[in-house]
Ligand binder design. Structure first.
Ligand SMILES: O=P(O)(O)O[C@@H]1[C@@H](OP(=O)(O)O)[C@H](OP(=O)(O)O)[C@H](O)[C@H](OP(=O)(O)O)[C@H]1OP(=O)(O)O
Ligand SMILES: Nc1ncnc2c1ncn2[C@@H]1O[C@H](COP(=O)(O)OP(=O)(O)O)[C@@H](O)[C@H]1O
Length: 285
């Protein structure tokens, strides 16, 4: 039984008769293959990536189960879909950030029209200034208030300060008036926290000359309830998604992705450092 994903935060959506991804009850995510070269590019990536990446890096990608003909969400009939691991399955209230990495979201091989359209989006968002932009998000606050899931238009207008605030809210038990960042040390810090995972990815990007990941996103998923429940290992995942513009690197490092990743790491580190300073100050008061 296919359903519209409950926890999708960006990208094309299977609502109002549009073409978008579907999920099933067994933890699989079905992404429709686009008709143009974006579909063939993404399929070629998923078919080849596991043999080209070192073992310790493969876990940063959703598991790929092949393709399947599925009734498309826009009513256009059977269409091949990528069958992927649904990263959100098994989580009742995940908080999710989709962060599109790179100060350039287009591949040099793209058409002039596509480059112009992408450039406009890059300039209007923090992509050019920060080397990344938040593409979408949902943050779970509580049973009473549910999720904060700002509209696409609001997300696109985020400034650098808005990004800082979002990164604070992501690891807080409250969103207003001032996020408390009480989960920062467990979720951003720690030996399997987000920062450690990003640094592991960065170490690989400093060296890898296999792919250039244009317009690819980091999907950060956390489950604050797992921290509250005192799980020894809280649920914190970092995944890479969207390879519709990923091309072979031809022996050159992906400086576009690497630069954006370093910039994003700096933003996350600052939230962690500030939260430690606040904890120390509070202990003196
Ligand atoms: O036109 P938009 O604004 O919806 O652009 C889409 C992007 O949305 P965003 O600008 O980040 O909100 C969208 O980005 P997200 O996945 O939402 O981060 C994709 O980049 C999509 O392109 P493609 O299918 O990967 O080629 C983009 O779709 P296409 O227009 O290239 O089909
Ligand atoms: N494997 C996955 N499991 C769960 N959710 C996913 C998965 N891949 C993508 N998503 C969700 O779908 C959104 C859009 O995915 P993406 O691959 O970027 O699509 P598009 O090419 O339409 O931009 C992401 O922001 C995320 O919320």
């Amino acid at each position: 039984m296919f359903k519209i994903p409950k926890h999708q935060v960006a990208g094309h959506q299977a609502i109002d008769g549009n073409l978008g991804p579907l999920v099933d009850d067994s933890g699989r995510f079905y992404k429709p293959l686009q008709d143009d070269e974006r579909g063939t590019t993404e399929l070629a990536f998923y078919r080849s990536f596991s043999s080209k990446l070192p073992h310790h890096i493969r876990g940063f990608f959703p598991v790929f189960y092949g393709t399947q003909l599925v009734e498309a969400s826009d009513g256009s009939g059977l269409r091949p879909h990528l069958v992927l691991q649904d990263i959100t399955s098994n989580h009742l209230n995940p908080s999710i950030l989709d962060v599109k990495i790179g100060s350039r979201t287009w591949s040099p091989e793209a058409s002039e029209d596509y480059i112009q359209k992408a450039l406009e989006g890059d300039r209007l968002t923090t992509t050019v200034t920060l080397g990344f932009r938040i593409s979408g998000l949902q943050i779970y606050e509580s049973k009473e208030s549910g999720y904060w899931k700002p509209a696409r238009k609001e997300v696109k207008s985020f400034s650098a300060d808005d990004v800082r605030l979002v990164l604070r809210k992501f690891v807080s038990s409250n969103l207003e008036p001032e996020p408390d960042c009480c989960f920062a040390s467990t979720i951003y810090g720690g030996c399997s926290g987000i920062l450690e995972q990003l640094l592991e990815l960065k170490a690989w990007f400093e060296d890898q000359t296999v792919y250039h990941f244009h317009s690819c996103s980091l999907l950060l998923l956390i489950d604050k309830e797992s921290v509250l429940n005192g799980r020894t290992v809280p649920f914190v995942e970092v995944k890479l998604i969207d390879f519709a513009h990923t091309v072979e690197a031809e022996g050159v490092i992906d400086h576009n992705f690497l630069g954006g990743l370093c910039s994003f790491i700096k933003f996350v580190s600052e939230v962690l450092t500030d939260s430690k300073v606040s904890t120390i100050q509070a202990s003196f008061n």
